[in-house]
Design a protein around this ligand. Sequence first.
Ligand code: SAM
Length: 254
Amino acid sequence: MPVENIISLYENPLLRDMGGGLVRPGGLELTQRAVAISALKAGVRLLDMGCGTGAALRYLVEHHGFRAVGIDPSIVLLTEGRAKNPELPLARACATRLPFADRSFDAVLAECSLSVINDVGQALGECFRVLKSDGVLLAHDVYARNPSGAAGLRELSFKSCLSGAVSKEEWVERLEGSGFSVIFWEDHSRALKEFAARLIFEHGRLDTFWGCSTAAQGLAEGAQVQSALLSAKPGYFLAAARKSGAAVAARSGK
Ligand SMILES: C[S@@+](CC[C@H](N)C(=O)[O-])C[C@H]1O[C@@H](n2cnc3c(N)ncnc32)[C@H](O)[C@@H]1O
């Protein structure tokens, strides 16, 4: 699926108006938690991959003193972000082709962005490449708490982070297959439930979040989504993965 079709979901003003510019569960509390578990100190160089309008990036620069940059493929989100925070370094780029030199970051942060990327393996390879040898990837995202139901989410006719949800085992496999050692995993499914509840209370509907556009489509797809959700039991996780020494040596031929 073309990147444009995926990002238009996050450009929807209904979603953008929620949570101070963050279009995903957990708010800045989850960003704060990611920083806390990584023990990153002021001055580190961090890439926010799929930064949207840059709300978390701004928080990391202002409250933690990180030297942070953000990338996102959405012109709409970047334009809004630049208007709000002209001083923030926001660049238009795709996670599958990061415009940065090898080993240039201490940390990569992916807040609900890995699940919307078509080629996650390529994106993780890029994270590995741009991280320093002891760098850390911090990710929070959707996962299927019932692994056997994950296939139903992928079969949905539209793309959102829900359709990119795979089981914990598959996330760990993807990360470790890309050269990372998973050093931390924490369940934050409550944040996903709260996010869904807020969408319903504020907009009376959830279909905006999962991309159904018309009422007729909404009815048919709503039933399909409901059945897929019941089967997959989507949850939300926070994980930290370190660039593994063995993988670095293997890839550099040592
Ligand atoms: C659920 S939103 C999360 C945005 C932001 N990280 C936040 O915390 O609010 C997913 C983001 O991933 C971006 N995205 C989609 N495809 C991408 C890609 N191929 N590379 C990088 N970012 C992508 C979207 O434009 C969107 O901003």
